[in-house]
Design a protein around this ligand. Structure first.
Ligand code: NAI
Length: 246
């Protein structure tokens, strides 16, 4: 009777879609948030049951509290938050404008803080919840051409640890998954015009291949579930060994 309620941001594609599908298939009522109505509709159709979508642009930060209140009014609670939505931009650092830097940080970091704060305020009332953030190898070693993305993802790992210290005593676990190079729209864009970068990635990935969205979703699901009941403040790479590769 006490079915879990999850929010997955950016749930209409890639890692978010695989995560939403995994949660829904385990009887978690899953709300996917994204910007594109058509993509959201198609994702809900694909997932089939236990899934609904809300069209919302997370850069509209001032409206996030109302969004979360509406969800709580309808469903009574939120058990799981997966902060998956993100954008990237590949450009030499010396050419990146302040506007571009701010846009990436607004999506990948500022909106994550606000939605996490709003959801956590609800979770503390029930002294229960699991929050999963998504980082990147860009937070583990230097990657050229993605300075704003690197700033945002490094900060995500920092706020994961900071929030874990504040929220874990209140019953909320906060963890982070750091995917390596995963086969999605985002990586396709990064690799399309840059076969050398793709080759470099494969060279330093001991498993010698890109990961699948499902492989990341499996770890997110584990962290969201009660199986991970003593794990908080952790950053778990799902990367085929990329972060330790030579
Ligand atoms: P993707 O581009 O398929 O998914 C990102 C989703 O976020 C899209 O559905 C997009 O519409 C949504 N989104 C972006 N801005 C939004 C906004 N303002 N409001 C609402 N939704 C918004 O890419 P992918 O690869 O599935 O990325 C998911 C997460 O995984 C991102 O945080 C990304 O940084 C991270 N990641 C991906 C890696 C990869 O190799 N694909 C590697 C490391 C991290």
């Amino acid at each position: 009777m006490d079915r879990k309620i999850a929010i997955v941001t950016g749930g209409a594609s890639g890692i978010g879609l695989a995560t939403a599908g995994k949660l829904a298939s385990h009887n978690v009522h899953t709300i996917i948030i994204g910007r594109d109505h058509a993509k959201l509709k198609e994702a809900v159709r694909q997932i089939g049951t236990n899934c609904q979508s809300i069209a919302f642009d997370l850069t509209h930060i001032a409206q996030i509290p109302e969004l979360i209140q509406d969800i709580v009014k309808t469903h009574g609670k939120i058990d799981i938050l997966v902060n998956n939505a993100g954008i990237n931009m590949k450009k030499p650092a010396l050419d990146v404008t302040d506007e571009e830097f701010g846009r990436i940080v607004q999506t990948n970091l500022n909106s994550v803080f606000t939605i996490t704060r709003e959801v956590a305020r609800e979770m503390v009332k029930r002294k229960n919840g699991s929050i999963i953030n998504i980082s990147s190898m860009a937070a583990h070693y230097g990657l050229p051409g993605v300075v704003a993305y690197t700033a945002s993802k490094t900060a995500i790992e920092g706020i994961t640890r900071a929030l874990a210290t504040e929220l874990s005593p209140l019953g909320i676990r906060v963890n982070c998954v750091a995917p390596g190079f995963i086969f999605t729209n985002m990586s396709a864009t990064a690799f399309n015009d840059d076969p050398e970068r793709r080759q470099k990635v494969l060279w330093r990935t001991p498993m010698g291949r890109l990961g699948t969205p499902q492989e990341v979703a499996n770890t997110i699901y584990f962290l969201a579930s009660d199986e991970a009941s003593f794990i908080t403040g952790a950053v778990i790479p799902v990367d085929g060994g990329n972060s330790v590769g030579f």
